[in-house]
Ligand binder design. Structure first.
Ligand SMILES: [Zn+2]
Ligand SMILES: [Zn+2]
Length: 382
């Protein structure tokens, strides 16, 4: 952000709140458990609140409100706003406005949590030692939603009610008021805070850049475990409109699974998904960029020049078979989209062509990988 939109100033409310919840949750919580033991009820309430608030930030604040990667039933929007407020990460409107600026101006002065200002600043410093102007012009679409507006205007009531009063009241009714306060409020809030903050710090510094070589955003599998799947941040910055962050079946992305399940239940629809061909294209482009940068270093030899030419030739071939695979797949889709009612024979032929194109791609890809691996350091593939 520019000096007009952010000023260096201690935000005492945040400093005190972050410190108290962390000390009471991470130190007070274990002391309480060591002295009193822990009941099944306390574990269940804490885990429920962790899942509900964590997922309301990832599937709600982030993928629904900030990026509109799907549409959701008003009842679901209410639950995301209710438990999202309980996470104490600002109103959905403030969160989304700043997050949209983060994507738009990533790594520049206008990125509210730019990693260029250091790990601590991106993690929590920007919230404690800086006061920012919130770019509401970014979220005119969200301002039209009465529930979002209400949550924003009465944010402190929503947050205290849903994040402190409700869990402590439930705990008190079961005879565990102090346990609920220390574990389901303090520990849970501090944990979800730092897990979310790791996306802005850890995932902009460590991990792999599979889809965009030069992005500071990285895919970090461990952070994905802490954040319901948000750790695949290189993919997310490259394709922010996709409702998924982890795209492989083995990627830990409970937010994606929740959204897909809600869609099956009729509570979510219009789930946006980037075509596999665009994803392949980005991945190959990243591999090519990385290998080219390694080979085309200053003072390269004639031998390196020949190698670079051979690699480029193979990359062009690979990109071309990918385009052919996409083209035959699209023809097949159009046959059904336009209700042409093709004969069984035509469908069979189309499927055979798709399989052939796919096989050609796999073959050229394995040739490409072999060439890359024998030419450069293995790190160039990640
Ligand atoms: Zn980011
Ligand atoms: Zn995002």
């Amino acid at each position: 952000m520019t000096s007009q939109t952010s000023v260096r100033k201690i935000v005492w409310l945040n400093l005190v709140f972050f410190s108290l919840t962390a000390v009471l949750g991470f130190i007070g919580g274990p002391i309480y458990v060591a002295r009193n033991g822990i009941s099944f009820f306390e574990i269940a309430l804490t885990l429920f609140y962790m899942a509900a608030t964590g997922l309301s930030i990832t599937a709600g604040y982030h993928r629904l409100f900030s990026h509109a990667t799907y549409k959701a039933h008003p009842a679901l929007q209410f639950l995301f706003l209710f438990f999202g407020a309980a996470a104490f990460e600002q109103s959905a409107l403030d969160w989304s406005a700043q997050h949209r600026d983060h994507h738009r101006f990533v790594d520049t002065e206008r990125d509210p949590y730019s990693i260029q200002k250091g790990f601590f600043y991106a993690h929590i410093g920007w919230l404690i030692f800086w006061k920012h102007r919130v770019p509401y012009e970014n979220v005119r679409d969200l301002e039209k939603n009465a529930m979002i507006r209400h949550q924003h205007q009465k944010y402190h009531l929503w947050a205290i009610g849903s994040g402190i009063v409700v869990p402590v009241l439930i705990g008190a009714l079961a005879g565990h008021a102090l346990g609920a306060f220390l574990l389901a409020f303090c520990f849970r809030t501090a944990f979800i805070h730092h897990a979310t903050f790791c996306i802005n710090s850890v995932c902009h510094m460590f991990g792999t850049a599979t889809y965009d070589v030069h992005a500071s955003a990285k895919d970090h599998w461990f952070v994905a475990y802490l954040t319901n799947g948000e750790g695949y941040h290189n993919f997310h910055h490259r394709f922010p409109s996709d409702y998924r962050n982890g795209i492989r079946w083995y990627h830990w992305d409970p937010s994606k699974w929740l959204i897909a399940s809600l869609a099956k239940a009729g509570l979510a629809w219009d789930l946006k998904k980037v075509s596999n061909f665009r994803i392949w294209e980005a991945r190959l482009m990243a591999e090519n960029q990385r290998v080219s940068e390694q080979i085309n270093q200053p003072g390269k030899t004639r031998c390196a020049e020949e190698l670079a030419a051979r690699l480029q030739e193979q990359y062009r071939r690979l990109a071309s078979v990918l385009r052919s695979w996409e083209s035959v797949s699209r023809e097949h889709q159009l046959m059904f989209a336009e209700k042409l009612k093709p004969s069984a024979q035509i469908v069979e032929n189309a499927i055979a062509r798709i399989q052939e194109a796919r096989k050609a791609f796999i073959l050229e890809r394995s040739r490409w990988l072999k060439m890359v691996r024998s030419s450069i350091r293995p790190a160039a593939l990640s």
